[in-house]
Ligand binder design. Structure first.
Ligand SMILES: [Zn+2]
Length: 808
């Protein structure tokens, strides 16, 4: 075996052998060989590649695509469930809740975490400044969720999700200070209280602000030279030492593919410096192919800890070159499962045996693993899969308590801190690192004292704030629906909904019908299609109505008429043969356009990005142009959405018109809806027979899951116990008494009420509060709506009260 790889010191190799065994050495060497240069580089073209396969003495390596399939089947089902319709990814039904603890012995980890959290707040603050200067300027920072830092060879490297977050921060710094800014100068940018609180519950915002204030005090103690050398019971803190080393040196912005990155990460010349990473591959680029060729693609993102690993990989830093000093990767958040597995892989398989990171991982996000596959393909192998399996099967997800919350009596002790097993619904909506129990205080002379943070409250299940909510089955189990309405029931429903014997339907009769339909659907196995046919509604529409009824009860405006022809006529009817009703009646004044309506319109417009009319609207709406738009030229699918809003929500046409900038009296929009929108709407949803069967063909339903597979979930508590010797051992009480304590929540993963808008393989269906079916792409987390049988992507806005974790 050749032991002379360039850049590998004998000590480094010994460290690797000690840490990870010979396998790791082989792996590192083979990766270096595959790169051909001996530098240890493994870019995409050379990563998984031929080099390794052709080695006679290396075991055959499976195609990463096959490993990806195995990972997907590992996470697609029990014991993982979905949270927030997968916006919050997947996790276990129970979590380790981790309470504040002292991080003695992890001083560098503590400081790297706290500095990352401060830097994140500064990025947000810089974005706010940039937006004030120019509403459309700067980056769209709404989706930046994370900063992670890496301590390597006595220097600090920080990464965020988006390049633009780094760019805006640094350019604001230059503008304010008139020179290349230092880290401390950048940390002076702070987000406004309003910005910080956006989308958070009050207790979440208070928790966040308390933590940031504490981190700032600790940072001040570091900057004043009082913290970091091993004081007041703390051990030496090499991360604090870096922060102190060159207080006035500017940060260095560097691309992960920069040729000098290896030197920057390893040469003594750069010790004490602070780097901010960019990854040029993520920058917006013009599309090279397809219909919208030339159009700029959106900026892409990666999880921050992945960007740090990508930097290590591109720079060709070998384990030996990072082995003599502490190596730490810590961020504001705990790593998601995919990143935690990647970090474990770098430590255990790649030979970075001294790599320290937060092993109390958070949720699973498919998009994160996909991006590892794209950017770090060389790690997607059976060892990586084994790390995922370990996290999925032998342990459970971790979640933080709040910074002022003490663990209750009976909590166990696990991985250096008080830990309690709690139901997933109580898990935090933010995957923050476990809170630190210490704080910093200053007296009048500015002398720093290390103090314990007072824990004002003790966590109890009764007072626990709302968490992420209950998970749902990661796999939707198709239910067999065979029951039929009796003829009497059918006639009753039809009469209530459509009227009969000369009398029209009334608001009350329709409400009664909705209640009956809801109860039939929920308590029996009757399909929406079957129920819909009784009242001449498409299954999509009925599903929308029932969802809305379930969430809001009866709404003020019950739909006034069915858009679907009488029973038996479905196959021959065209849109024009439908009853139109008197125009003046259809366009009664209507109710004001509220937030929900505006959001729906905006989503429809953004979903049609690339359309010239929609681009004009964006310009007009942001004040970059002042000319009104012609509603008759609006895209048909947008007009259909407006027609639906008008019909189902009774929004005032003139208000919709004002929002669309198509004239304030709404006359032209009214014409456009009458001439085009309604017909398009009828095409989209009215022909339930033709359309939905076509859709069923187009999106062939996934094969029914095997019953056996899901039966396992009933014994999940046992499963954890059996599967995890370590996990069970840490925990104070046994799982059955635990279940009793929390009210014995069923571990059944029944999907509950699932309206039957069409399922699309590869997407998770989610109905938003307005009954709009949203398809979340499993692979990317991108949001789509189904418009006229076509999947149309749209941008979600961050301030919709929908806090996402790190599913960016
Ligand atoms: Zn991640």
């Amino acid at each position: 075996m050749p032991l002379t790889a360039e850049g590998m010191t004998p000590a480094g190799l010994r460290a690797m052998n000690d840490a990870a065994g010979n396998g790791a050495v082989n792996r590192v060497l083979s990766v270096q060989r595959a790169g051909g240069s001996g530098s240890g580089r493994h870019s995409r073209s050379e990563g998984s590649g031929s080099g390794r396969h052709s080695r006679r003495d290396a075991p055959a390596r499976r195609d990463p695509k096959d490993v990806m399939k195995d990972i997907k089947s590992e996470v697609d089902g029990p014991p993982l469930v979905n949270y927030g319709a997968r916006r919050q990814g997947r996790a276990h039904e129970e979590f380790w809740m981790r309470f504040p603890r002292f991080k003695d012995g992890e001083e560098a980890e503590e400081t790297t975490h706290e500095t990352s959290a401060l830097l994140f707040d500064s990025m947000k603050g810089a974005q706010e400044r940039a937006r004030q200067e120019e509403p459309d300027g700067g980056a769209e920072d709404a989706n930046n969720r994370e900063v992670q830092g890496m301590l390597i060879n006595d220097r600090l490297v920080f990464a965020s999700n988006f390049n633009s977050s780094v760019d805006t921060l640094v350019s604001q710094g230059r503008q304010v200070y008139g020179h290349e800014p230092s880290l401390q100068e950048l940390l002076a940018f702070q987000q406004s209280q309003e910005g910080r609180r956006r989308g958070l519950h009050a207790y979440e915002a208070e928790n966040l602000e308390a933590k940031l204030a504490s981190y700032r005090r600790k940072n001040a103690a570091i900057v004043s030279g009082q913290r970091g050398a091993g004081e007041q019971g703390r051990g030496p803190d090499p991360a604090a030492k870096v922060l102190q080393a060159q207080l006035n040196s500017p940060v260095i912005v560097v691309d992960v593919e920069d040729k000098n990155l290896h030197t920057m990460l390893t040469s003594p010349k750069y010790a004490g410096r602070v780097f901010l990473l960019r990854f040029a591959q993520l920058d917006p680029r013009a599309k090279k192919q397809g219909k919208n060729r030339g159009e700029m693609k959106q900026e892409e993102s990666v999880h921050a800890e992945q960007e740090l690993l990508i930097a290590l990989s591109h720079a060709g830093v070998t384990p030996g070159q990072a082995a003599t000093k502490p190596l730490v990767i810590m961020g504001k958040y705990r790593p998601c499962m995919g990143c935690a597995a990647a970090l474990t892989y770098y430590r255990d398989q790649m030979g970075f045996g001294n790599l320290s990171f937060d092993e109390n991982y958070g949720h699973y996000f498919q998009g994160s693993v996909n991006s590892l596959h794209t950017h770090l393909e060389h790690i997607i192998d059976d060892d990586y899969l084994a790390h995922i399996k370990q996290m999925v099967r032998n342990d459970i997800t971790s979640t933080p308590a709040m910074a002022h919350e003490a663990a209750p009596a009976g909590a166990g002790h696990r991985r250096r801190g008080p830990t309690l097993r709690v139901p997933g619904r109580l898990a935090a909506r933010q995957a923050d690192v476990t809170p630190v129990a210490s704080d910093a205080e200053f007296d009048e002379d500015g002398t720093y004292t290390r103090v314990a943070r007072p824990l004002q409250d003790t966590w109890t299940v009764d007072t626990a704030p709302a968490g992420i909510g209950k998970g749902t089955a990661a796999h939707q189990v198709p239910r067999r629906r065979t029951d039929k309405l009796t003829q009497d029931q059918t006639d009753q429903l039809h009469g209530l909904w459509n009227g009969g014997a000369g009398a029209g339907a009334t608001n009350e009769s329709r409400q009664q019908a909705i209640e009956l339909l809801f109860n039939y659907h929920r308590s029996s196995t009757m399909s929406l299609k079957h129920l819909g046919s009784a009242v001449d509604l498409s299954e999509n529409r009925l599903g929308t109505y029932l969802t809305r009824y379930e969430k809001e009860g009866h709404w003020t405006h019950t739909p006034q008429r069915s858009n679907k022809p009488a029973r038996g006529a479905a196959s021959t009817t065209t849109a024009t043969s439908r009853k139109k009703g008197a125009v003046e009646k259809q366009f009664s004044k209507g109710r004001p356009l509220d937030r929900a309506g505006k959001d729906t319109i905006k989503a429809a417009i953004r979903g049609l990005s690339g359309n010239a009319w929609c681009a004009d609207w964006e310009r007009r709406h942001s004040g970059r142009s002042s000319s009104d738009l012609n509603p008759t030229k609006a895209p048909l699918d947008l007009l259909a959405t407006l027609a639906r809003l008008r019909r189902d929500d009774n929004y005032s046409v003139s208000e919709m018109s004002a929002y669309l900038h198509t004239g304030s009296n709404g006359d032209n929009l009214r014409k456009a809806l009458n001439r085009k929108g309604k017909e398009r709407l009828a095409q989209i949803e009215g022909d339930s027979g033709a359309a939905s069967s076509a859709q069923a063909d187009q999106y062939a339903a996934p094969a029914p899951a095997q019953a056996d597979h899901y039966a396992a979930s009933s014994s999940q508590a046992d499963y954890y116990q059996a599967g995890s010797s370590s996990g069970a051992g840490y925990y104070a009480a046994d799982s059955s008494s635990q279940a009793g304590h929390y009210g014995g929540e069923s571990s059944a993963t029944g999907a509950g009420y699932q309206p039957q808008v069409p399922e699309v393989p590869g997407f998770t269906l989610h109905l938003d509060p307005f009954g709009q079916a949203i398809y979340v792409e499993d692979d990317t987390g991108h949001h789509y709506i189904l418009v006229g049988g076509r999947m149309v992507r749209f941008q979600t806005s961050v301030d919709a009260g929908d806090v996402r974790m790190s599913d960016y």
